[in-house]
Design a binder for this molecule. Structure first.
Ligand code: GDG
Length: 483
């Protein structure tokens, strides 16, 4: 029987070794949830890195690890600490991530990183070959694995292979600065179907294919040797029901069931009922524009001083890639900014910014979403941005204002949000004022449209549309006979 093979850098379960024993913790991330409909019932296998390097893994635990993973429909790719350094912290996060988010000044073109990226992509491809046969359908995820489709294609010319990129694909002018640009494009073109979040990323990719490889491109088809590769956009949704149900449950909670965070939020509301809570949640990443947002908040308070003591900015910054120097510098910059602004502006009754540098449990995320009057998300570049969608899904009474950067992929589908340019402080100060004073009826009218769209185009629909498109492609007319 043919099966679906999902491949991503990390698996939907994380393994931890403690006291010599092994624990498998299911991941609650968007990708894991979205793929549930595809990854179920024993007809699929998810291949990825377990999170444990070879050096971390006693040999005696190897078979136990395989057993634990196979209970979750998973199989592992083995990586050494050196692999993880060069492939993940190196090429993925010091070359591709900054380049694809238009941070050329942070992009490092290191031959050593590239060589490890190639060899680790080969390890993933080898694992796919070992665990699959010709009739299986393969879905590769994200920027860490862009060479895998072609590596698999070489061994399995007739297998159906899809690839989805979760981050932006940059314009040709940016992409062409990379020394290994042709190899990356060729790697991706091993696929039958290549998916992006937005039409713009799709066009950027096709433009690079045409200009760098000189291939024929017609609409969204690329012609290569005897194959036609389809390129399309599939904007990723969220598990709408999960967020809506969690918010409903949260609202039902009795006093004594409230979390400590919710008690703090409620006390704040009770003591200052006119104060608006403005929320931002991101991984601590320069692409998310956190430092600029804090500066823009200070600008707003200077431009509209009447809102001092009337607003509070909550920043949840989730630790991320702290081995990469740029992330350490950013952490220091944000710590200093928050310290300076709170130091200068706080009064006996008011601290302008509440800053959490940690990952919170899902329940606390819901506490924050449901208690905040405004969500303010200002990425400088973002493939999609699921936080924007999650905030809207939790607004049971339909109140709440979303201020969202035009540079997020989600802005294309969320026109009823207040869209801003994160570099324009003047516009953001005025938009914050507009959000604070927006009548409830207008908030509800805007959110009704947003919620309807998010409910319809949820993450399950996203995954199914991609798979259906890939299946149609493999059943259909992909054979192209070059003239
Ligand atoms: C990449 C792309 C694209 C956040 N803090 C906590 C927590 N989260 C969850 C959120 C959300 C997810 O993490 C973040 O997703 P985003 O989409 O906002 O951003 P990235 O992590 O950068 O994701 C992005 C995405 O891939 C999907 O394709 O949208 O553009 O960069 O789901 O809820 N979850 C918990 N505690 C936290 O503290 N439990």
């Amino acid at each position: 029987m043919s099966k679906t093979i999902i491949i991503s850098n990390r698996l939907p379960v994380q393994l931890q070794i403690s006291d010599g024993g092994l624990t498998a913790i299911p991941s609650v991330g968007g990708l894991a949830t979205g793929m549930k409909s595809v990854h179920s019932g024993g007809e699929s296998l998810w291949i990825g890195w377990s999170g444990l390097t070879d050096e971390d893994t006693p040999e005696s635990l190897e078979s136990e690890i395989d057993r634990a993973l196979s209970e979750h429909g998973c199989a592992k790719v083995k990586l050494t600490a050196k692999d993880v350094d060069g492939f993940y912290f190196g090429f993925s996060n010091r070359t591709i991530w900054p380049l694809f988010h238009y941070f050329l000044e942070y992009t490092e073109f290191e031959l050593d990183f590239w060589n490890v990226y190639k060899s680790v992509n080969q390890k993933f491809a080898d694992a796919i070959i070992a665990h699959s046969d010709e009739n299986d359908t393969i879905w590769v995820h994200d920027y860490q694995l862009m060479l895998v489709p072609q590596m698999v294609r070489e061994k399995r010319p007739n297998t159906s292979i899809g690839f989805f990129l979760h981050i932006p694909f940059p314009s040709y002018e940016i992409f062409r600065t990379m020394p290994w640009r042709e190899e990356v494009l060729t790697g991706l073109l091993g696929s039958d179907l290549i998916g992006f979040h937005t039409y713009d990323y799709e066009r950027h990719f096709l433009s690079s294919v045409r200009r760098l490889l000189g291939l024929d491109v017609s609409f969204n088809d690329v012609y290569l040797d005897h194959r036609v590769i389809k390129v399309d956009s599939f904007p990723m949704g969220i598990d709408y029901k999960k967020f809506k149900d969690a918010a409903l449950e949260h609202n039902k909670n009795k006093e004594d069931q409230r979390s400590d965070l919710q008690i703090k939020l409620d006390n704040h509301k009770a003591s200052a009922p006119d104060t608006k809570l403005i929320l931002s949640i991101d991984r601590l990443d320069y692409s998310k524009g956190i430092a600029k947002r804090i500066n823009a908040f200070e600008y707003f308070l200077n431009k509209y001083p009447e809102y001092k003591e009337k607003v509070r900015l909550i920043i949840l910054a989730v630790p991320s890639r702290s081995n990469v120097p740029q992330y350490q510098l950013l952490k220091r910059e944000i710590d200093e900014l928050v310290g300076r602004i709170n130091g200068e502006l706080s009064t006996v009754n008011w601290t302008p910014i509440w800053y959490f540098y940690r990952s919170l449990p899902f329940e606390n995320l819901i506490d924050l979403y449901t208690s905040s009057d405004i969500a303010w998300l200002t990425p400088l570049r973002d493939g999609m941005n699921l936080v924007a969608k999650e905030y809207i899904a939790t607004r049971i009474d339909k109140t709440g204002v979303l201020i969202l950067s035009e540079m997020a992929g989600s802005a294309y589908e969320m026109n009823e949000a207040l869209l801003i340019n994160p570099n324009n402080f003047e516009q953001q100060a005025d938009t914050l004022k507009r959000a604070i004073t927006m009548p409830k009826e207008e908030q509800m009218a805007r959110n009704m449209f947003l919620q309807n769209r998010l409910e319809r185009y949820n993450v399950e629909v996203w995954a199914n549309e991609f798979m259906n498109s890939l299946n149609r492609k493999s059943e259909g007319d992909e054979t192209f006979v070059s003239q």
